[in-house]
Design a protein around this ligand. Structure first.
Ligand code: CA
Ligand code: CA
Length: 167
């Protein structure tokens, strides 16, 4: 074994002995956002790893909603951007208030995993407004009530309640 071979043998031994490192997650910091229900919260992260190509990582977004439930979202690798995107859309019945979210990534080797910093966003639902009420008394004392309501999230139901006075 000459000097060059010995050097290469040492390098190979070092490489074998090198510890697998967890992925490194980069995502925009300290976002503060407001989302109406049915609007999506989108989180994009760039993730690199010492051994595993980014697209072969396992990446999830974990969301804690305002009542303490944990929602797990599988993130998608976007080839063109070379980044991971997680999308969460609170439905019409989602609890309102402050949610937190973070990205979790695993290189699928020796249990090496990493989490990002935590992001916060607020889920809102604007109350509907009644835009018009029209009351008509038709022949034979038929009462017709027309109500129109507007809701920012498009979720409004309009009801008319009729109160009868006795006496
Ligand atoms: Ca790794
Ligand atoms: Ca609403």
């Amino acid at each position: 074994m000459d000097g060059v071979d010995a050097y290469q043998a040492v390098q190979a031994a070092l490489n074998l002995g090198q510890l697998n490192q967890p992925p490194i997650i980069s995502a925009p910091a300290n976002r503060t956002e407001f989302h109406r229900v049915i609007e999506s919260f989108v989180l994009e992260a760039s993730i690199v790893d010492d051994r595993t190509p980014s697209e072969n990582l396992t990446v999830k977004m974990f969301i804690n909603n305002s009542v303490g439930s944990v929602i797990e979202v599988q993130m998608e690798y976007v080839n063109a951007a070379g980044s991971w995107i997680g999308t969460y859309t609170p439905d019409a019945s989602a609890p309102l208030g402050v949610y937190s979210a973070y990205v979790w990534a695993s290189d699928n080797e020796e249990g090496e995993e990493a989490i990002s910093e935590t992001f916060h966003f607020t889920v809102l639902n604007n109350p509907p407004t009644i835009t018009s009420i029209n009351i008509m008394i038709l022949e034979n004392s038929i009462l017709r009530v027309t109500v129109e309501a507007f809701d920012y999230e498009g979720l409004a139901n309009a009801y008319a309640s009729i109160m009868e006075e006795n006496g």
